[in-house]
Design a protein around this ligand. Structure first.
Ligand SMILES: Cc1cc2nc3c(=O)[nH]c(=O)nc-3n(C[C@H](O)[C@H](O)[C@H](O)COP(=O)(O)OP(=O)(O)OC[C@H]3O[C@@H](n4cnc5c(N)ncnc54)[C@H](O)[C@@H]3O)c2cc1C
Length: 338
């Protein structure tokens, strides 16, 4: 079993989790950061990367994806250790006061403080209800495309009718040996231009539109996928020989284990003391959309201030007996950074 020891465990790598790493770094707190997603950014990356945000101070307009990139860059000098595609499942306090945090990959993080920046809960893909799906996940079944080169020369089945399904079908058609798009209806829920492009590729024989069908079952040897079986609503099946299945049925967030951690909750969010960011458990703080107090605004800018508040409060736990001399960043610079 892998054991990591650190000053702070940050739950969530959304905009607020990232800024928490920066604020912690400024007060000499080292962080490990865990997120259920495959990359940083939380809602900004998962739900609206290409939308401009207009209410980030100092940025009259900034794309959500660009904001996330800059926040990650701002956190980078403090060398956070990221654990992606991983959930924080359990929190238990050791006799020495540190928090033993159990991760879904079997590892444990032992941290002096925990800062929960978990937004609306852990993001995860909507998984199709197929027998034996887990066997192929990460080998032949993927819910995100990291590098399209990974699919060069492969026979790819894409399931879904939204923007992700349509956009990736168009893009992967340039590198894959074959692209088949399975959707329940002939009409797609994608941008009209993209849908038109997909239909042109289908007419040219570059993409195979498998409609109206839905996923029925998977076939393979061990954990190697060899075919995706699809069915009409009437139950008529068709076998698609394939190396890869990309189910694109969107993401959903789930508060999941956080509700079981014994913290005082206010419906589905964590009650904090706004003066300190503290939750009802000693050494556990919260910031961003997951926290609640009178007058809370679910805005990124509010989360940034809560991140600073939590980091300053965490200092007393991480560095007991050492007074924190408040300094502006213009005076201190970025310790260890440029
Ligand atoms: C369409 C849309 C437009 C928006 N526009 C604006 C806007 O213009 N301005 C604005 O200020 N706000 C906007 N918001 C709201 C803004 O995105 C949120 O306030 C912000 O993302 C909250 O940041 P966060 O870091 O607290 O949480 P999130 O962004 O939700 O990130 C939380 C992260 O924690 C992870 N996580 C949760 N639980 C666990 C766990 N147990 N283990 C591991 N990981 C976990 C999740 O996977 C997620 O990645 C918008 C939201 C949406 C949906």
């Amino acid at each position: 079993m892998t054991l990591h020891e650190t000053d702070a465990l940050v739950v969530g790598a959304g905009p607020v989790g990232l800024f928490t790493v920066f604020q912690c770094g400024m007060v000499k707190i080292r962080c490990h950061v865990v997120d259920a997603l495959e990359a940083v950014g939380g809602q900004c990356s998962a739900l609206y990367p290409e939308k401009p945000i207009y209410d980030i101070p100092g940025h009259p307009s900034i794309l959500a994806a660009d904001l996330v990139e800059r926040l990650a860059e701002q956190a980078a000098p403090f060398a956070p250790v990221y654990h992606f595609s991983t959930q924080v499942e359990s929190l238990a306090r050791d006799a020495d006061g540190r928090w033993r945090c159990g991760l879904s990959n079997g590892a444990t993080v032992l941290a002096k403080v925990v800062i929960i920046a978990a937004g609306g809960g852990a993001f995860g893909p909507n998984r199709p209800p197929l027998d034996g799906l887990e066997r192929f996940e990460g080998k032949g079944v993927f819910y995100m495309v990291r590098k399209r080169e990974d699919f060069r020369g492969k026979r790819v089945v894409i399931a879904g009718g939204g923007d992700s399904a349509v956009d990736w079908a168009i893009s992967l058609a340039e590198v894959a040996a074959k692209v088949m798009v399975v959707h329940r209806r002939p009409k797609f829920r994608a941008a009209p231009d993209s849908e038109q492009r997909l239909k042109q590729l289908a007419e040219a024989g570059t993409v195979d539109l498998v409609v109206p069908y839905q996923l029925h079952s998977l076939d393979g040897d061990g954990d190697r996928l060899s075919a995706v079986v699809v069915a009409t609503l009437e139950g008529e099946t068709r076998r698609l020989e394939a190396d890869v299945l990309l189910p694109f049925f969107g993401l959903s967030s789930n508060l999941g284990p956080i509700a079981e951690w014994g913290l005082d909750m206010d419906r589905s969010v964590i009650a904090i003391d706004p003066a300190t960011g503290a939750t009802s458990a000693p050494g556990v703080f919260a910031a961003g959309d997951i926290c609640a107090y009178p007058g809370k605004l679910k805005l990124i800018l509010a989360g940034f201030a809560e991140a600073a508040r939590a980091a300053h409060s965490a200092y007393d736990v991480v560095h007991p007996g050492e007074a924190l001399h408040f300094e502006h960043s213009t005076t201190s610079g970025v310790p260890g950074g440029k």
